[in-house]
Design a binder for this molecule. Structure first.
Ligand SMILES: Cc1cc2nc3c(=O)[nH]c(=O)nc-3n(C[C@H](O)[C@H](O)[C@H](O)COP(=O)(O)OP(=O)(O)OC[C@H]3O[C@@H](n4cnc5c(N)ncnc54)[C@H](O)[C@@H]3O)c2cc1C
Ligand SMILES: NC(=O)c1ccc[n+]([C@@H]2O[C@H](COP(=O)([O-])OP(=O)(O)OC[C@H]3O[C@@H](n4cnc5c(N)ncnc54)[C@H](O)[C@@H]3O)[C@@H](O)[C@H]2O)c1
Length: 459
């Protein structure tokens, strides 16, 4: 084997959990290196969460321009300049990258830019972006290689060179007619944004509903939102074949006929980046979905090797990756922390947002968990009325024979922020009556929780 450099910790991939581990352990004096092939700081600040929310916010501004008269403001001539939308995003991303580089400098963690793969136990060879190779060996190795947009084997799909979220967020021209393949998180957030910028948008979903794992009242509400915004929604639609080239003209052949558009965005789920990195050579096993196999402490099947984030099959959210960081840090520093039983909140950043924590009704029924349901429309929330944003509802599941909150869903303005209040109550084990009886500021969106929890049926 070629000469290798010894480290206490080597991290492969610089996503949220990996970088946080690197910065923390390096600050504690451990010799630490992070190998990253492209995105300083991983997907979230470069190509995923933050840039998408930046662009989505731009689209909201466009929607307010369109709705101006409703607020008594005449908007005159206005237009969307996608190059400027992109520049605003790029500027934010550049600032985030600079912030990350500063964190590396401050912490003493070394950032090695290049493509890494295992060549021996706990040993990673890096093909450096700047040319040449380096071989790094860690006492501890952490795999944080993330995931990428999945391209299924539909005939003609790959040849059509569809956009993924990465290219979609880099467009400087508005697609005339964007076809979005997949009605999940990526598809819905970007479908609404492009529609608001002015594209014609068609969402094609093979399941019977958009965001199909949610309760029927939620999926219906999301579908209504899409239709009200002028998005064409085709559910239960399987694509047999794709023709043409995204960016010019594409045609999808489905059981219900053809769909023609100018651009195609694939948003049909993710594939973990676990192929081609030598895992099989070093005893790091993967599961049927190609995630790195980990136990509840995030240890892999190889001694001294840990895996975190999307590649480890943790729910695909940055905040969950950040919790993976806490789990591994605790286990590396004498503590004992596991992933089992943790809260997994999420927020879909459509406008309005959809946020959920804990059980949905469907999950409660599947698990045979009895519950009492409280549900109020957003119209009942005074703050929503002041904003003219009365679409949606709040709902909560309360345990039978007790006062514990089992689950909470909000579809409405600031849903993600309102959910945090309920989450804290759930973490603290507070009965729902604590929120019902709390003095919540008037008029805030969170004030709606008092109304929601006042409507819980008697146990
Ligand atoms: C469009 C979009 C929007 C999203 N929005 C949200 C959101 O609003 N909120 C939320 O919580 N989650 C969101 N997510 C999910 C979130 O982005 C991911 O769950 C999270 O970024 C995963 O972090 P990670 O550390 O597992 O992987 P990543 O952040 O992807 O990091 C992995 C890194 O490893 C590098 N890498 C891979 N292989 C190698 C190799 N062999 N050598 C060197 N480097 C390598 C990659 O370049 C990458 O930088 C979104 C995802 C997408 C696609
Ligand atoms: N706001 C957020 O937190 C946020 C935003 C974006 C992404 N994410 C994360 O990234 C993950 C991936 O997002 P995603 O939208 O790619 O996946 P997803 O699993 O959320 O949705 C994919 C959808 O595409 C459909 N689909 C797949 N192949 C298809 C095909 N050939 N034709 C028609 N429909 C097809 C699936 O039925 C599914 O409904 C999410 O699950 C989430 O964890 C989070």
């Amino acid at each position: 084997m070629s000469h290798y450099e010894e480290y206490d910790v080597v991290v492969l991939g610089s996503g949220a959990p990996g970088k946080l581990l690197a910065w923390t352990l390096a600050s504690q004096g451990r010799r630490t290196a992070v190998v990253e092939r492209r995105y300083v700081g991983g997907s979230c600040p470069n190509i995923a969460c933050l840039p998408s929310k930046n662009v989505i916010h731009g689209a909201r501004v466009a929607s307010y321009f369109r709705r101006g008269a409703e607020f008594g403001i005449t908007n005159g001539d206005w237009k969307v300049d996608m190059a400027a939308v992109r520049d605003r995003k790029r500027k934010m991303v550049a600032g985030l990258v600079a912030f990350h580089l500063e964190k590396y400098r401050e912490s003493g963690a070394e950032l090695v830019m290049g493509d890494g793969r295992f060549i021996a136990p706990k040993t990673i060879e890096v093909t450096l972006n700047a040319g040449g190779t380096r071989t790094l060996r860690g006492q501890t190795v952490i795999i944080d290689t993330g995931s990428r947009a999945r391209m299924d084997d539909t005939t003609g799909l790959a040849e059509a060179r569809p956009l993924t979220h990465v290219e979609a967020l880099e467009l400087d021209q508005l697609p005339e007619h964007l076809i979005v393949l997949g009605g999940g998180y990526v598809g819905l957030e970007l479908a609404q944004a492009f529609r608001r910028f002015g594209s014609r948008v068609t969402v094609v979903e093979r399941n019977g509903a958009l965001i199909h794992r949610e309760d029927p009242d939620v999926t219906d509400a999301i579908e209504h939102l899409c239709r009200d915004e002028g998005i064409e929604v085709l559910t239960r639609t399987a694509v047999d074949r794709v023709e043409g080239q995204s960016g010019e003209s594409v045609r999808l052949h489905t059981g219900h006929g053809g769909i023609e558009g100018t651009h195609l965005l694939v948003a049909g789920g993710r594939t973990p980046n676990t192929d081609g990195i030598g895992l099989e050579k070093v005893g790091v096993e993967t599961d049927g979905k190609r995630h790195v196999k980990v136990d509840e402490r995030l240890q892999t099947t190889a001694e001294g090797v840990w895996a975190v984030g999307d590649c480890a099959g943790s729910p695909y959210f940055t905040h969950i990756g950040e919790d993976d960081f806490r789990v591994v840090l605790a286990n590396l520093t004498g503590g004992d922390r596991v992933t089992t039983g943790r809260q997994v909140p999420f927020c879909l950043f459509t406008d309005p947002e959809l946020a959920r924590v804990g059980l949905s009704e469907r999950e409660a029924r599947e698990r045979g968990v009895g519950y009492r349901l409280a549900k109020v429309p957003m119209e009942a929330v005074f703050r929503a009325q002041t904003l003219s944003e009365t679409r949606g509802f709040l709902k909560a599941l309360i345990e039978e024979g007790g006062d514990r909150i089992l689950g909470f869903t909000a579809f409405g303005a600031e849903a993600g922020e309102v959910m945090a209040v309920v989450q804290v109550a759930m973490l603290a084990g507070l009965p729902y009556t604590a929120l019902r009886d709390a003095i919540l500021t008037h008029p805030t969106m969170a004030e709606g929780l008092a109304g929601l929890f006042s409507s819980v049926p008697r146990g």
